[in-house]
Design a protein around this ligand. Sequence first.
Ligand SMILES: *Cc1c(COP(=O)(O)O)cnc(C)c1O
Length: 480
Amino acid sequence: MVSTHPAGVQDSGSKYLPQESISNTSLSPNQELLPLTATINGHDHLEIGGCDVTTLVQQFGSPLYILDEQTLRIACRQYRDSFKRYYQGESQVLYASKAWSCLSVCAIAASEGLGIDVVSGGELYTALNAGVNPDKIYFHGNNKSRQELIFAIESGCIIVVDNWHELRTLVEIAGGVREEDTETRGHALASSSPVRIMLRLTPGIECHTHEYIRTGHLDSKFGFDPNQLDDLFTFVSQQSVINCVGLHAHIGSQIFERQPHQDLAAVMVQWMSKATRYGLAIKELNVGGGLGIKYTESDDPPSIEEWVKPICEVIQEVCTAQNLPLPKLLSEPGRSLIGSACVTAYSIGSSKVIPETRTYVAVDGGMSDNPRPITYQSVYRTVVANRMSAPLTQTVTIAGKHCESGDIVIKDAQVPKTEPGDILVVMATGAYNYSMASNYNRLPRPAAVIVANGEANLILQRETYQDLIRQDCLPERLKS
Ligand SMILES: *Cc1c(COP(=O)(O)O)cnc(C)c1O
């Protein structure tokens, strides 16, 4: 029998630390539970980016999202460099900003050479204000409004068209906007060149992930039905106001298997080949995102490099076999870029012991700052940041503070003995936490800090009570 621990040594929070030092960047962030810079300092406290997590909470309050800049940058570079290494054509990695859309995160992704994928006018506005070049912004979504389409056209980003209604609306607007502009300005706009679009297609590929985050199977609300390719390519090839530069597909999220994306790559080259026969010069293929991350020790996703390599190989093989030029290869990871770069720090408050049943330990946040457990039954792991080496002697349920029995952050968490005021850290909260946060029960949204080299900077201010009523209106007749 091989035991993972010497006799007498119990598990502690330190078991979640990365097993290599940050100076060795061979670790793939999506395979780690804690950010790559995580260590334990002399006070037995968790330190991230050279900052003591307990001190950060004293300084910025709790709950607090703590984003490790280095982990995010390393993930960006691993994607970028893997495509460079394994793909002979041009490539472009896009950050799927819906995972966490804010100015600083978009700016960091852009500074690493990534483009940004947005799914709403609000995300587009955020990316533009972060200084992202619109040539590298791709606008997704299955029901973009007219206003969003006009905003997208005027911004100069690339629009990923999802369905017939959008395609027809876009053709109409692209023609109309230009006429109006010409009338009012007396000259044609610079944007009188055709609007660049991609077409999103549903590949009919199954993958094993939660039903809500699976998008590639045929019964999905996203994308054109691949059985309509003839009609679609015919229609698109006849429009002078749009220029179809590429094809897009996204098959789902939190995927650990590699086969679905390899199958997808092959299918997409077939689509590209077909489009060529309709006179459409498809220059770009976007294979979407979806690489999973480690939320618990039993999660075993491939590394970023292991995910990128076979996709590149399949596209190159199939293109060579069919004598097709290599397309520019795009991918748009969200979760695997930012998920592991962030933790959420909470303060422990009350607890409730139900003999022989369960102990609840409550924290000062919950489903409003992390709706994933209640939405997707997502499982997280935790450490107590001010007792990193303490043995994990109890199994408790970490409860949120919302008026909802289902507001459970972690069921059956292994923790050391805790006291009110201890700092409980939930790991891998960078993706779909802040971006899905709400003000349920009128909790102000938490602050977020970015940490690097012992320095911490606010990237999102903590909301105030005034923020909570900022949009409230009290009609005169209701005033007392
Ligand atoms: C959500 C989404 C992504 C990112 O997915 P991840 O699983 O976070 O990598 C990429 N592309 C599209 C179109 C998406 O909807």
